[in-house]
Design a protein. Structure first.
Length: 440
């Protein structure tokens, strides 16, 4: 029987272990804590924390395969897998005071593990810790190892208090980071097998140690609170709200004497602008450093699919960038009118320090724009195709026909990862898919 011990019977340790116990009846789970009142409460009818559904889960397995104890050393010594879910508050004094995490509790837990262990252990970081904490813990353990093999895993917790049980039963993802060695992979697999009792395999993500640690702070897209539907590699975000709301934040921060925070939010917009100019640079540099006199087809002008809204669409900046290098731009979008496009390109944007927004396209440049009602028309005779909106119909186009009617070499710059790049490469296109390795 696999034995799990969790150090720390708090908001994370208690509910997490209760769910593991109820989902894995063949695993013995012991939650230990130095706080006797807390452990007494876990063993009573009045649990130390309130979470909807927690009472039922604890009652279903407490005394069977779920135990709460203050005998920390005994249960750590007996366990195969040790979760460490101790508190990691902000340091109040010394180096990094006010910002850095205080790892005192973690360090003492690690030293205690090293002291009492007599068999190989998998040690799992459950607490939220700074990146590279696993390396530090590894040093403590291996320098005191007495021949014992320790594998450290990072398995950050994403539950939210108030919905902890629901979050644990149906996590958006379980993230497991481990060493990229045979022993490390074996340890990752062992923990994966625990979660696999109830979490679908596609929701268990494995990675290296520091990526998992970092992903807790810069949470990855597989989290419905952030929105996997939205967080994709792209030519940039647009729409009427994001930039406006971020600018509002900048303003609020400046008004409240928080220039550094204001600067942080400004960077979000700058990075978004950078992404658009980077895309233009990629197009121009790939096409032998100039698009002057070349026809570039733009597929999609709306800021996202299934709308005709072009407010703050990245297509404006991409088109302006290409027109600035004297390209002939032929635009097709199923829901955007010619008037809209002409107006957007002629519009003067507000003037703060992001250069791509400074200038409207000049009247002569706008003459180099044609708006057509057919993707095949837009791409006919073109040197390159830029896909700027993820319309489903762009997946279904006859790319052989498009290729046959284009100049060669024929480039496709997919700003939304819409097309099957490999298939298109098979036809003969040179394909650049945003966020993916370059075409060979
Ligand atoms: P908590 O304060 O409720 O519980 C931590 C427990 O660890 C305490 O009961 C403490 O007595 C015990 N402890 C400390 N040192 C110990 C030791 N050496 N041996 C035995 N027990 C020890 O904290 P929490 O809210 O459960 O958070 C734990 C970690 O999980 C933190 O790093 C936190 O940032 C992270 N986290 C918390 C949440 C949340 O919603 N609370 C969500 C995700 C991650």
């Amino acid at each position: 029987m696999v034995k799990i011990c969790c150090i720390g019977a708090g908001y994370v340790g208690g509910p997490t272990m209760a769910v593991i116990a109820v989902k894995c009846p063949a695993i013995e789970v012991v939650v230990v804590d130095i706080s006797k009142p807390r452990i007494d409460a876990w063993n009573s009818d009045k649990l130390p924390i309130y979470e909807p559904g927690l009472d039922e889960v604890v009652k279903a397995c407490r005394g069977k395969n779920l135990f709460f104890s203050t005998d920390v050393e005994k249960h750590v010594a007996e366990a195969d897998i040790i979760f460490v879910s101790v508190n990691t508050p902000t340091k109040t004094r010394g180096l990094g005071a006010g910002k850095a995490a205080d790892l005192t509790y973690w360090e003492s837990a690690a030293r205690m593990i090293a002291d009492v262990s007599k068999s190989d252990k998998i040690v799992v970081e459950k607490s939220t810790v700074p990146v590279k904490t696993a390396e530090a813990i590894e040093k403590i353990l291996t320098h005191n190892s007495k021949g014992i093999n320790y594998q450290i895993l990072s398995n950050p917790e994403f539950l939210a208090e108030g919905t902890a049980i629901e979050d644990l039963f149906k996590p958006d993802r379980v993230l497991i980071g481990g060493r990229e060695t045979p022993e490390g992979r074996k340890a990752v697999q062992a923990l994966k097998e625990v979660y696999a009792h109830w979490v679908p395999e596609e929701n268990i993500i494995t990675t290296n140690l520091w990526s998992a640690e970092l992903s807790k702070l810069a949470a990855i897209g597989k989290d419905s609170r952030i929105g996997p539907k939205f967080l994709n590699a792209s030519v940039g975000f647009g729409g009427s709200c994001f930039q406006k709301d971020i600018l509002n934040l900048v303003y609020i921060c400046e008004c409240n004497g928080l220039p550094e925070v204001a600067n942080y939010w400004k960077q979000v917009i700058k990075i978004n602008d950078y992404q658009k100019s980077r895309f233009v640079n990629r197009v121009v540099s790939s096409m032998f450093n100039t698009v002057s006199g070349k026809k570039v087809a733009i597929l999609g002008f709306a800021f996202k699919k299934d709308t005709g809204d072009t407010r703050e669409t990245p297509a404006i900046d991409v088109c302006k960038g290409l027109l600035g290098d004297k390209a002939h731009v032929s635009i097709y979008d199923p829901e955007v009118t010619e008037d809209q496009i002409q107006r957007d390109l002629a519009m003067n944007k507000f003037d703060w320090d992001h250069p791509m927004h400074l200038q409207p396209a000049s009247p002569s440049a706008i003459k180099q724009v044609s708006v057509v009602w057919d993707a095949y028309e837009a791409t006919k005779g073109a040197h390159a195709v830029c896909i700027l909106t993820e319309w489903n119909q762009f997946k279904e186009l006859d790319y052989q026909k498009i290729f046959d009617n284009m100049q060669k070499p024929a480039f496709i710059f997919d700003g939304r990862n819409v097309v099957d790049a490999e298939k298109l490469r098979g036809i003969g296109f040179i394909v650049y898919s945003i966020g993916k390795p370059l075409d060979a």
